[in-house]
Design a protein. Structure first.
Length: 326
């Protein structure tokens, strides 16, 4: 079924004169534009305020409604697109092998922090940024419902939650989110938005780094909150990718709602020291609510002989509650 879906998706892309572009959707520019690759390890922000405050609710914003995943659990997510071997681990291996590898990572995290239960997740890119405008002129390609259904079926085998990730290109969240409404109404389905590929000024994805403003993120949280209220759902999770200062503007204006849990996710790759510095600069220094951290199975090894371990990531302040592997 997956192979058939993959072939159908590629045929659809070719018919639309588009491509599922792994070089765009995995791009972390290997240049001075990527702070993970260039930022020096310093102690300048070591004393930045922690996201945690006082009991009984230790995180910014209102206490979430019943059924919330965070902070009771830590999410371990595999990221990518099942139709591409180059977008991330989710599509790099056959489904059963991929799920077995996810099991191994879950075990590593359970051993590293036995006090925090692990929630497995699959994080699928369902709107992919493109290097060409395509028929709609939006530099993005929407995946088929069949692809999303396949991810949901894989996730069900592990009681995993699912994130649908959007790379808007020259489109907008206002245009793309309603296309996913039927899936976002499901209690186990959540949302990710990638500022890197939000080309507000008409640029081409992959050639420069895009951005989201608080206004965009507030639209997403309001949309998710309304879905949660209307369908009596537990809080939705919103993952916001970030690895530069300019990717998120006016972070202090992001509105926190009890129906939505916002995770600012450190999405940069490189040497462990540089990844830690980026986390301090753009996640710890500008906290919103919860935090995330990404491990690249391949790109992190380009500038380092090893990947960061769960123990190293747990030493960050605040401790990330969403861990993504690509």
């Amino acid at each position: 079924m997956l192979l058939h879906s993959s072939c159908s998706q590629k045929q659809e892309a070719e018919a639309a004169n588009l491509e599922i572009s792994p070089t765009v959707t995995t791009a972390q520019p290997d240049s001075a534009a990527n702070p993970v690759m260039t930022a020096p390890e310093t102690d300048a922000v070591a004393e930045a305020p922690s996201i945690k405050e006082a009991d009984p609710w230790e995180y910014p914003g209102p206490k979430p409604t019943p059924g919330a995943v965070l902070p009771q659990k830590r999410i371990i997510a595999f990221y990518g697109n099942p139709l591409s071997r180059r977008m991330g681990i989710l599509g790099e291996l056959p489904p059963d092998q991929m799920l077995a590898k996810l099991d191994e990572e879950v075990q590593h995290w359970e051993a590293a922090d036995s006090l925090t239960p692990v929630q497995p997740a699959l994080h699928a890119i369902v709107v992919t940024a493109q290097g060409k405008p395509g028929r709609a002129g939006k530099y993005r390609l929407r995946m088929t419902n069949k692809m999303i259904d396949d991810v949901l079926a894989m996730a069900k085998k592990r009681d995993a939650i699912v994130f649908l990730d959007i790379q808007v290109g020259q489109s907008t969240l206002q245009e793309e989110l309603p296309q996913l409404a039927e899936y976002l109404k499901m209690p186990q389905v959540h949302l990710g938005i990638d500022a890197e590929f939000s080309m507000k000024n008409g640029g081409v994805p992959g050639r420069s780094i895009g951005s989201f403003d608080a206004e965009d993120i507030n639209f997403a949280t309001e949309y998710l909150a309304e879905l949660a209220q209307e369908n009596q759902l537990p809080p939705k999770l919103l993952i916001v990718h970030r690895f530069t200062q300019g990717m998120i503007t006016n972070h202090d204006r992001i509105k926190l709602r009890p129906e939505v849990q916002v995770v600012m996710h450190m999405d940069g790759w490189g040497h462990p020291a540089l990844k830690k510095d980026t986390y301090r600069r753009y996640i710890q220094k500008e906290p919103v609510q919860f935090t995330g951290f990404k491990v690249f199975y391949k790109n992190d090894l380009r500038k380092s002989p090893r990947l960061m371990s769960p123990d190293e990531i747990l030493a960050l302040d605040p401790k990330p509650l969403y861990i993504q592997y690509q």
